[in-house]
Design a protein around this ligand. Structure first.
Ligand code: SR1
Ligand code: MG
Length: 405
């Protein structure tokens, strides 16, 4: 009999006892410390450390309610999905995700590598740090983990079994509501914007019928297009970086969906980082110029490197006879690029008008300047959504982004 034979929400003291009982990471007499370090919306993240050796481990534990919206229940199976996905991704893209040491379905607690030398990408970008290798690394990660999980590469029965295993209704429902409904309609009545943006959002977003129709199409595509095993929430808060390395974590929103959803998310958040720098640093500041160059180049490089690596990988992994037909890979990629543009557009709008805002925007203290930057992003977003079928290359992206920023 153990205290941990039945689920309960653990706190720091429980986690210390739990680690000792379940794992043999540390010597029995080690004076361990435990600190809750999570700052996400959903889970609890504990760092357990042996100060004598510096050795540490991360324990990620799910509650039955989200942290951010207390009262909203979310299936604790998300912790299993996350642990399994990270193990699978580690095989497909070794070195691009944290290592998983174990997963406990009863306590909904996963033990993983502590990436102490890494910084969360968003945190680093808010400090105007730049990462010249990021575009290359994140595109390798995305192509290597996404394409091999599709019907292009997998036996179709095996792929369908994976679709079933990673069905993730609660987390998908959050995305359906927050990313699609709330972006164009304030249906839940919880959206808010700064005062200088309010009229603009009413007219340009909520009253735009063409935009709402496209959002409806995109929402149904998100729900119905079981293309690849996607991360599902690949924003800059789900990515760790150093100067030399990139690792993606927190794939609890993972499910079989359109792969452009991941690519579009990454790009939306490089644009958020750009407007943060432009909105908080004075014109002429050398850091602002350097950051702008990096953020724009990175945005376009992500698109072009993704395309290039995608086509190369496609030829390596394709097993379906008809998918090997000349011209099909390019056709398939066009669809992914349209999804990429549209997702980036939805993500940009929903983070501006909805409840799950990003620090890149909220830390622009001057509300007039903030609204100016937000308007530019909304214009970009609308073009990305409404003209998604024509936005395929880095050059196409440059035309859209630099028309407003
Ligand atoms: C209640 S969760 C709000 C947002 O945080 C997550 O990171 C997802 O982006 C979600 O939409
Ligand atoms: Mg998260």
């Amino acid at each position: 009999m153990s205290r941990f034979d039945q689920y309960f929400l653990m706190e720091e003291a429980d986690i210390l006892e739990y680690v000792r009982e379940k794992y043999d990471f540390f010597p029995a007499d080690a004076q361990l410390t435990c600190k809750e370090i999570g700052d996400g919306n959903l889970n609890y993240v504990f760092r357990v450390q042996d100060p004598a050796t510096g050795k540490s481990v991360i324990l990620k534990h799910s509650g039955i309610e989200t942290r951010a919206h207390s009262g909203r229940k979310v299936d604790i199976d998300r912790n299993r999905i996350e642990a399994e996905i990270l193990q699978r991704q580690n095989e497909l893209a070794p070195g691009f995700v944290p290592k998983i040491y174990g997963y406990d379905p009863i306590m909904c607690c996963c033990a993983m590598e502590d990436l102490k030398d890494y910084t969360i990408l968003r945190t680093a970008l808010l400090d105007y740090r730049t990462f010249p290798k990021f575009a290359d690394q994140i595109t390798t990660y995305m192509v290597n983990i996404l394409l091999p999980t599709t019907d292009v590469a997998l036996d179709h029965k095996q792929k369908k079994a994976l679709v079933k295993s990673y069905i993730n209704p609660d987390l998908c429902s959050i995305t359906e509501q927050l990313v699609y409904d709330d972006a164009v309609g304030n249906f839940a009545g919880k959206n808010y914007v700064v005062a200088p943006l309010a009229d603009f959002v009413e007219q340009e977003v909520y009253a735009d019928k063409a935009l709402r129709l496209e959002a409806a199409k995109l929402k149904f595509d998100f729900m119905e297009h079981a293309q690849a095993l996607i991360h599902g929430d690949l924003h800059s808060g789900s990515i760790f970086v150093t100067e030399d390395s990139t690792k993606a974590f927190d794939p609890e929103f993972a499910f079989y969906g359109p792969m452009g959803y991941d690519v579009g998310n990454v790009i939306a958040h490089t644009l958020f980082a750009l407007v943060h720098a432009e909105g908080t640093l004075p014109e002429g500041d050398a850091r602002r110029t350097a950051f702008r160059t990096w953020a724009l180049d990175t945005t376009y490089q992500i698109v072009d490197l993704f395309r290039e690596k995608f086509l190369r990988k496609y030829a390596e992994v394709v097993t379906d006879k008809l998918a090997a037909t000349e011209g099909f890979a390019e056709y398939y990629l066009d669809g992914v690029m349209a999804d990429t543009a549209a997702t980036a557009g939805m993500e940009l709008i929903r983070r501006i008008v909805g409840v799950a805002k990003v620090k890149d925007i909220t830390t622009i203290e001057d509300e007039t300047r903030r609204a100016e930057m937000e308007k530019a992003l909304v214009h970009i977003a609308k073009t990305l959504i409404l003209e998604r079928g024509t936005i395929r290359t880095g050059h196409d992206w440059k035309n859209v982004v630099e028309a407003y920023l």
